[in-house]
Design a protein around this ligand. Structure first.
Ligand SMILES: [Zn+2]
Length: 238
């Protein structure tokens, strides 16, 4: 690479730098080999209900924050039904509720405008977002150099991909199945989310219906292996 002006790094990352950005290395600066020093990425972590996705989302937020990075946490239809991410093992973090009208790029720009850096987004319950939100995530990575870590279900109660999950599979730089196993009642690995109403597995209805995995819920979800999802067998303690 020559040392002329054309080789100077061009910063696209933070058009509205925060107050503590003074003197900081531009995130889009390039190394001697011409590659970006930091290449933002869109990563999708998926798994069935109860696989610890929200726990992992909050752990990732904690790990990044501890390294001095600043991020935003977003969610949609969290089980607490409030603007926060909660995990079944008791962790909680305030979060921005993703509505149909919310543009994730605007969210980041507005945060920058307040003088607050955004290095990454943690998007929990991402399968409930709109496809447009996933496109916005990709743009945040490519044009804003913001890392986006999305967590969510892959498939709905009919075992069909959620549209946003499908788009994440299509666009993400990396896709990883959550490694914490959820077991079906038979001991096989749980894969699919069955919706249970009145003690029976239902296969028709709205794609998103609020429920829980606790037995007392009116609409509840059970994670089943494919065999028992297909047969609708909820096991001896159904
Ligand atoms: Zn089973």
């Amino acid at each position: 690479m020559t040392d002329d002006a054309a080789a100077a790094p061009i910063c696209l990352a933070r058009p509205l730098p925060g107050p503590d950005d003074a003197g900081a290395t531009c995130a889009a600066a390039r190394g001697l080999d011409g590659r970006p020093l930091h290449a933002a990425a869109l990563k999708f972590f998926w798994g069935p209900m109860d696989s610890g996705k929200s726990t992992m989302a909050l752990q990732m937020n904690y790990n990044h924050a501890r390294q001095g990075r600043r991020g935003l946490v977003t969610t949609r239809i969290d089980r607490s039904l409030g603007p926060q991410v909660t995990s079944r093992i008791g962790l909680a973090h305030s979060a921005v509720e993703v509505t149909d009208d919310l543009d994730l790029r605007t969210l980041v720009r507005d945060t920058w405008a307040e003088g607050v850096r955004v290095d990454y987004l943690i998007c929990d319950e991402a399968s409930f977002y709109n496809v447009e939100h996933v496109e916005q995530m990709a743009e945040l990575v490519d044009s804003y150099d913001v890392d986006v870590y999305a967590f969510g279900l892959a498939t709905d109660f009919r075992s069909c991909l959620f549209p946003a999950a499908q788009r994440l599979f299509e666009l993400a730089d990396s896709v990883a199945r959550i490694q914490i196993e959820v077991l079906c009642w038979c001991g096989r690995e749980g894969l699919l989310n069955a919706r249970v109403v009145g003690g029976r597995v239902v296969r028709e209805g709205e794609q998103v219906v609020i429920g829980d995995t606790v037995d007392s819920a009116e609409v509840r979800y059970r994670v089943l292996c494919r065999r028992h999802y297909r047969s609708g067998d909820l096991g001896p303690r159904a």
